[in-house]
Ligand binder design. Structure first.
Ligand code: WQD
Length: 341
């Protein structure tokens, strides 16, 4: 089986991708420093797969530690790089933490990949690189703008590093996947988004409110230029997103990819916050307690993906509905409640 190194593989999207890689016949090797996830996610992966997945507990900014993994794990066919911090608000408060980790880990990884002649990389990017788009839906040709946060800027800088590497004639070939809003959990409810502290993101806040952990959801503004006044996003189920990484690694290993390629990974449909809340209530039968509050600074009013390129060139399309995604998030929340340590 072809070995795929998955940095951040114990995290939210990483753990779901590890499961899909095994289902597709690959042998994933996890690297994670567990700074933003818990050991329990490895157990969840093992429960789903019926076997443990190798995990190296190292920090991706540590070149020597990375080198030791590449020395141990011979025959790595490719790498999927998730390891990064991703909280927009935290990045505004602590920019250097984000530049050091998100940019530093990519540079350290690329240096070791070149040294060991591992030349296939799938990079976890984000629609945040589009900033506030002039036109919707956004295609991959939509101009990449100054991102709204240091977090978003690290993704933009990482994309530029990868483009410069391709131009330099490096053998490393990259597919950068620009995620829209990942939501939900594996249908087994054994892995999902591990909420560390008060959730910044909408869906974990919804499920924690419905579970009685939070008093009520505050919807950040209903005076935007949208059908119901609340912001529009493209909510993509995490398992669909995980499958996109398998398709991308397949493409790289079949040598069909250009030196560097960018793909939007979303559903191609925009939904408002209120529509997301209604989909949750519809899917679970739970009544959600929410109020309308002031806008959140930095929020993009409307963004959703044009997925033509991924459909035509990757042959990839999402299959999970918003309601199904919301139900999976709720099932995961219930699993968390029943297994609180
Ligand atoms: C979605 C919508 C909020 C919470 C960010 C990053 C993106 C990715 C996902 C890492 C917005 C509204 C939210 C709440 C609300 N991060 N909302 N009340 O900001 O679109 O994207 O997280 O990969 O890169 O930019 O996601 O879930 O925070 O917000 O009304 O309590 O829900 O205003 O319109 P966002 P989000």
């Amino acid at each position: 089986m072809k070995k795929i190194l998955v940095t951040g593989g114990a995290g939210y999207i990483g753990s779901h991708t590890v499961v899909e890689l095994v289902e597709a016949g690959y042998e994933p090797i996890i690297i994670d420093n567990f700074s933003n996830t818990e050991e329990r996610s490895l157990q969840g992966i093992a429960d789903i797969l019926g076997r443990e997945i190798t995990c190296h507990r190292i920090d991706c900014t540590d070149g020597a530690a990375l080198r030791s993994v590449f020395e141990k794990e011979t025959g790595i066919a490719g790498v999927i790089h998730f390891a990064a911090y991703k909280a927009v608000g935290e990045s505004v408060a602590e920019p250097l933490k984000y530049y050091h980790n998100n940019v530093g880990s990519l540079v350290a990884l690329l240096q070791v990949m070149e040294e060991f002649k591992v030349n296939k990389l799938v990079f976890s990017s984000s629609c945040t690189v589009y900033g506030i788009p002039d036109k919707l839906p956004v295609t991959e040709q939509t101009p990449v703008q100054k991102a709204n946060s240091p977090y978003g800027n690290t993704k933009k800088i990482c994309e530029e590093i990868l483009a410069d590497l391709a131009t330099s004639g490096s053998d490393v070939h990259t597919i950068a996947l620009r995620y829209f809003n990942p939501i939900g959990a594996h249908p087994s409810a054994k892995i999902g988004e591990l909420p560390l502290g008060v959730p910044n993101n909408l869906v974990p806040f919804i499920t924690q409110t419905a579970a009685g952990i939070r008093k009520e959801l505050t919807i950040f503004g209903n005076d935007y230029d949208t059908p119901d006044g609340t912001c529009i996003r493209d909510y993509v189920h995490v398992v669909d997103l995980a499958k996109a990484h398998v398709v991308a690694i397949d493409r790289l290993l079949s040598d069909k990819a250009e030196h560097i390629e960018f793909f939007n990974v979303g559903t191609g449909t925009g939904n408002t916050v209120l529509e997301a809340v209604q989909a949750f209530e519809q899917a679970t039968g739970e009544k959600l307690n929410y109020k309308i509050g002031p806008r959140r600074p930095g929020d993009v009013p409307k963004i959703y993906a044009d997925v033509t390129k991924a459909t035509e060139e990757l042959g990839f399309k999402t299959t999970t509905t918003l309601e199904e995604a919301m139900k999976s998030a709720w099932d995961w929340q219930m699993h968390l409640q029943n297994t609180i340590e």
